[in-house]
Ligand binder design. Sequence first.
Ligand SMILES: Nc1ncnc2c1ncn2[C@@H]1O[C@H](COP(=O)(O)OP(=O)(O)OP(=O)(O)O)[C@@H](O)[C@H]1O
Length: 558
Amino acid sequence: MDIFRVLTRGASVKKNSGSKAKAADYSAINDKEANHKEKDSETQIVKELDFFRNKKIISKVENEKGEETKEDVSNERDDGGNDDQDVLKPTITNAAEASALRKSYKGNVSGADVPFPIGSFEDLISRFSFDKRLLNNLVENGFTEPTPIQSECIPIALNNRDVLACGPTGSGKTLAFLIPLVQQIIDDKNTPGLKGLIISPTKELANQIYIECFKLSHKIFLEKKRPLQIALLSKSLSAKLKNKVISDKKYDIIISTPLRLIDVVKNEALDLSKVKHLIFDEADKLFDKTFVEQSDDILSACKEPALRKAMFSATIPSSVEEIAQSIMMDPARVIIGHKEAANTDIEQKLVFCGNEEGKLIAIRQLVQEGEFKPPIMIFLESITRAKALYHELMYDRINVDVIHAERTALQRDRIIERFKSGELWCLICTDVLARGIDFKGVNLVINYDVPGSSQAYVHRIGRTGRGGRSGKAITLYTKQDSVAIKPIINVMKQSGCEVSEWMDKMAKLTKREKESIKNGKAHTERKQITTVPKIDRSKRRRQQEMIAASKRRKNEEL
Ligand SMILES: Nc1ncnc2c1ncn2[C@@H]1O[C@H](COP(=O)(O)OP(=O)(O)OP(=O)(O)O)[C@@H](O)[C@H]1O
């Protein structure tokens, strides 16, 4: 079937819209010759594409526009579909429409003269002379309607404004900053050299952003047929830059982790002084104590007076808001949904396990009860514990592997590929994969160890329930998590989960507990992960010691 026809449905042209007629390449909706079989498959794909229920949102806005619009709507129908099924294309032209759209997705937008959101990607053509090749790339990748965070952030960026944006995990923040960035690089095609810089806290996320950006700029050429050049600042590229094998003027956009970038900048191998757009993805991480110095160094190296700054994350604590206000010029602030809540497409559950041994038993119970439905991600607080759980689950013959900072880049890449392809069912990891990583279709996230903060919890469980799909998150806790579990219960409450009365009572934090969470002291040392009884463990240890001693003796004799 003509999948392109279905995908392009979202960029259809209204009959009476002159400017939109230019986008006719993207239409071909009302094909009355389409047979029934094709229609069935279309419905299937459209359902799949309607990740974020934009149709519902849009029809809500249209309803508020009144009778006149309703007539337009019926004109747009290609067959006898019902209201909920129709894709409508509003262009937001006044404050009332903007506010109705914002209300529909619980968008809170503040700042001086913030532009109206876009109601569709088409809106960009009339409002911003949007590049048609870019629109084409969006459509070809299945992105037919903007998500709420995109509706708000794209026009703000195209107005060259600083932005602080907070939207749920899996709600499309990556494209919310990539789409305007690529457009701005196209508009600035005659200025050579590095203009866009995206900073991410981990290599895996940087790589993912690079792939998205690459897809978005496919077949886009700038002056003298030069393709738009994007680079991931890898180890090999930084070596090439340092050895002047590659000119630092070659790239339009670079995506990097803070440390690697600072390293090349300090070696004078990359000049950031002409960068016009600086984007911090997972901004709260980049401005916490781990990275704040490097982020500050990056800001100082970007000397362009008109530098546009953008910060994105699913969690923006007030400390980061303060930093943002201090480094940004007249920023627009965009919050979609509740700032402290998790994605509402995730069903959240707490399981009390008594003690550490109880956690392994709980996992085995999930397997027995058929709740252990792959793909699954299991988060632990340390490399040692992640390795230990890996060995336990391997012993149970579960199709499992483990990723943590001690594994090589190649090993990590291979495991990620296997997990993405479905070859690997269960991925054990530390927080290295908690943020930003977009594995499609993860069914279940298990917090084997209670995360250290509500933010860490939101990001970890956000690996499921992405792109409008539903997901499930289970957090195992023991007696020793009595304080650490409280912020999690509060996130559950904010996200609309059912919280029993005793949990609600339990969730109240004293001043002292708040302090201990803030200082990372809510956790005590956990017991080793193992189901082997203590007596057998000491037997094993004695055996290993004997083997080691005999090896030592042999070596000495030799
Ligand atoms: N307009 C769109 N239409 C359909 N799907 C989209 C759209 N925008 C993004 N997506 C898809 O939604 C998924 C989540 O997007 P993305 O990774 O950008 O989320 P995020 O908000 O950055 O999440 P996180 O906070 O975890 O980093 C991706 O698979 C992406 O391809």
